[in-house]
Write a protein that binds this ligand. Sequence first.
Ligand code: PEP
Length: 255
Amino acid sequence: MNQTNVNQTATNATGGRTRLVIGNWKMHGNLADNAALLAALRPANPAARIAVCVPFPYLAQAAQALAGSTVTWGAQDVSAHSHGAYTGEVSAPMLKDFGCAWVLVGHSERRSMHGESDQLVADKAKAALAAGLTPVVCVGESLAERDAGQAIAVIQRQLAPVLALGAQSVCQMVIAYEPVWAIGTGRTATPEQAQEVHAAIRAALDGIGAGGIQILYGGSVKAANAASLFSMPDIDGALVGGAALVADEFLRIAA
Ligand code: PEP
């Protein structure tokens, strides 16, 4: 499958927006385990579009194992630079070379462990778009920020430099709302908590004329809680960490 603009091809779901379920493998996997997981995903035909974001060394494996299937693939980070003396970084054109469709930018683990600023995340999203990748821009508040009543203000601050790229760019992105306190903790936001933030994100997007893009929820999504999250009007799918490593669980989320 030509992965270029995969996200623009689909049309079947919530409010006219395709349901999209993306797995974030984080730093998990090895050749043997990946082969089994990808082989189990390959023939799947769930209701949602599905994709996997794998560690850089396994992009070629994903490309080969998923070629010709409806499952698309991507990376978990990208450099803001197209090339140059940036040891250890991977550029968007390099990801494009591997056939990537997607790249996560601004995952909370990158923001907190690698000091990625809101502006750098926007720069990465811009670089991804320039290479023909769809950036999945992750935003989310910490527990302290939520408890201080700052959740929506934090999301708006994180989104501001992304929105400043303009409607034409933002319309080619996906946003993932991932409250930091729900990632890998087993503690999911309630559908109502998530919907409140998704509606605020939608309003911000609407403000620049980009309200039609997908907004995914991420944070301890499992088969058992996916349907209630997806029943919310502004939740268009999920970014899934731990549960994406178990084929059956991941596919039941996307079913
Ligand atoms: C993630 O890493 O993006 C994530 C949502 O993780 P988990 O599903 O394990 O909470």
